[in-house]
Ligand binder design. Structure first.
Ligand code: GLC
Ligand code: MG
Length: 536
């Protein structure tokens, strides 16, 4: 293999923390940095290697931190700069890497840069943002739509021009064609890298550059009734422009002024467009997030196809990655169902490529129903009642059966799951075959068996609800068999191989069972097979 396996992020397991909902330490119902510090031992015990924090910077919170008003500060809601310094030291002491969210596409409308830019057409920073004259009829300069509803252009009375915002009007897009903007964000990156941050997850990286001529977007012929209104148009001219790749390469170079850092890109694009984000000669993001599992139909054949297509499309040397959940998408346990959540866990942790876990998925957290008066997400507020709301996947971590689930001492900012008294870290840790203990066992096994981290992916022909594959490296072979169905089944394929035994079942009750060419799988069961780890 031509892989350089020494890069920590290739074998590392990433864990996304949504700071507002992880652990509250100061009794205001919102998670914070000191709360994360308190919970580092849990992450160590779980076995993950890197923690990615959604934004913790000063923000008016119109989009809960994705509207930043100071890129190098810490929002008082989350703590102080000293708290952050303590977090990074504590994480590193515990052997954990720390990844920050970089939001370079837009700032808050309260950011001093925008306040300056908005102050007059002649202002030196005017061009840091995207200003256009009204159309001849006085309306917006073109038909581009905001992802959070309505036009992507807001009229500024005082200066008589519109500014562009791909998201909320409170999130004006920066003009990445302006070299001063690039330099300013590069300095922001250096500020955090100097503090020892191990890399960035770059927000909406495929949005950074827009068409130089601001041409109208074409209608989307595949628009589905009931989907959000911005999907009525394709984003042909507003996102994924060829010039974006040079911008990303410059960011990559900034990370390379420091040792061992990683650049991860948030990219929602079809596969053939996604892989371009590895960059020419792999000079782009080391890991453009692969979100294919977030939207696939949950069946053995469609997941098999997704893996095959992805493996085939990866440029030589490009390192794969897989994601099952994040703060923008419905919880995996709700998408695939509780019974399949364990199969999904085994899939994520046995595929070739870096896995990213979303906090709470390891305890099987489901979408929490949000009553109309509890809605906080601006997307749901602007585009109500069609199911786009993101609050349900952002609810407080369920630590224990204590009041407020051990998350806080007061009523949290979003409602807790009703079943938190039974489904929480403390109670699931005590149940030997719980999903939490399955996650721990999967992570431990991936660490013990290098073929699970680095091995080649070899599909094995299977039928019906069974997904079958091998992972092979110089260290040996592992066979993974996943039953996506609610019926038991048997695999007769000789592909399983002899002298294999079950190393782990999602039900955690078959370890050590010998398999001689024939394997029975129960409903919703996944197993990992391999040569016995220790001689009997
Ligand atoms: C990304 C974030 C999302 C945010 C949006 C605008 O998609 O993940 O939470 O609302 O960017 O910043
Ligand atoms: Mg707090």
């Amino acid at each position: 293999m031509d892989q350089d396996n020494s890069d920590w992020w290739r074998h590392g397991i990433f864990y996304q923390v949504y700071p507002r909902s992880f652990q509250d330490s100061d009794g205001d119902g919102v998670g914070d940095i000191r709360g994360i510090i308190e919970r580092l031992p849990y992450l160590v015990e779980l076995g993950v290697d890197a923690v990615w924090l959604s934004p913790i910077f000063p923000s008016p919170m119109a989009d809960f931190g994705y509207d930043i008003s100071d890129y190098t500060g810490i929002d008082p809601l989350f703590g102080t700069t000293e708290d952050f310094d303590e977090l990074i030291a504590a994480a590193h002491d515990a052997g954990l890497k720390l990844i920050l969210d970089l939001v370079p596409n837009h700032t808050s409308d309260q950011h001093p840069w925008f306040v300056e830019a908005r102050s007059s057409r002649e202002n030196a920073q005017r061009d840091w943002y995207i200003w256009r004259d009204p159309a001849p009829d006085g309306g917006p300069p073109n038909n581009w739509l905001s992802e959070f509803g309505g036009s992507a252009w807001t009229y500024d009375e005082a200066s008589g021009q519109y500014y562009y915002h791909a998201f909320l009007a409170q999130q004006p897009d920066l003009n990445w064609r302006n070299p001063e903007v690039r330099a300013a964000i590069h300095d922001v990156m250096r500020f955090w890298l100097r503090k020892g941050v191990d890399g960035f997850r770059v927000d909406v990286i495929w949005h950074l550059i827009k068409d130089a001529e601001f041409r109208d977007n074409p209608p989307n012929p595949h628009y589905l009734e009931g989907r959000p209104p911005h999907e009525t148009l394709l984003t042909q001219y507003s996102t994924d422009q060829p010039e974006v790749h040079a911008v990303i390469t410059e960011m990559r170079r900034v990370t390379e002024e420091f040792d061992d850092r990683v650049l991860i890109g948030e990219v929602y694009l079809p596969l053939h467009r996604l892989i371009a984000y590895y960059g020419n000669d792999l000079r782009g993001a080391q890991m453009p997030f692969n979100f294919a599992l977030l939207s696939t139909m949950w069946s053995a054949r469609s997941v098999e196809k997704i893996i095959a297509d992805y493996e085939k499309a990866l440029p030589p040397g490009a390192w794969p990655n897989w994601v099952l959940g994040n703060h923008d998408r419905p919880r995996v346990a709700s998408r695939v169902g509780t019974a399949q959540a364990s199969v999904a866990a085994m899939l994520l942790l046995t595929l070739r490529g870096t896995p990213t876990l979303y906090y709470g998925d390891e305890i099987g957290m489901r979408q929490v129903p949000i009553a109309p008066n509890q809605v906080r997400d601006p997307f749901e507020k602007n585009v109500p009642d069609i199911g786009v709301g993101r609050d349900g996947c952002r609810t407080p971590m369920q630590w224990s059966a204590e009041p407020y689930a051990g998350f806080s001492t007061v009523k949290p900012w979003l409602p807790l799951a009703r079943d938190f008294a039974s489904d929480n870290v403390a109670s699931l840790a005590a149940v030997p075959a719980s999903i939490l203990n399955l996650y721990k066992a999967l992570i431990a096994l991936r660490r013990m068996m290098p073929q699970l981290a680095y091995g080649n992916y070899e599909p094995v022909m299977a039928h019906g609800d069974v997904l079958l594959y091998r992972r092979r490296s110089m260290d040996g072979v592992a066979v993974i068999a996943l039953n996506f169905g609610a019926e038991s089944t048997a695999i007769t394929s000789s592909a399983i191989g002899f002298s294999n035994e079950i190393l782990l079942s999602t039900f955690m009750d078959r370890e050590g069972e010998k398999v001689e060419g024939m394997l029975d799988l129960r409903a919703n069961e996944g197993v990992i097979l391999g040569p016995p780890l220790r001689p009997a």
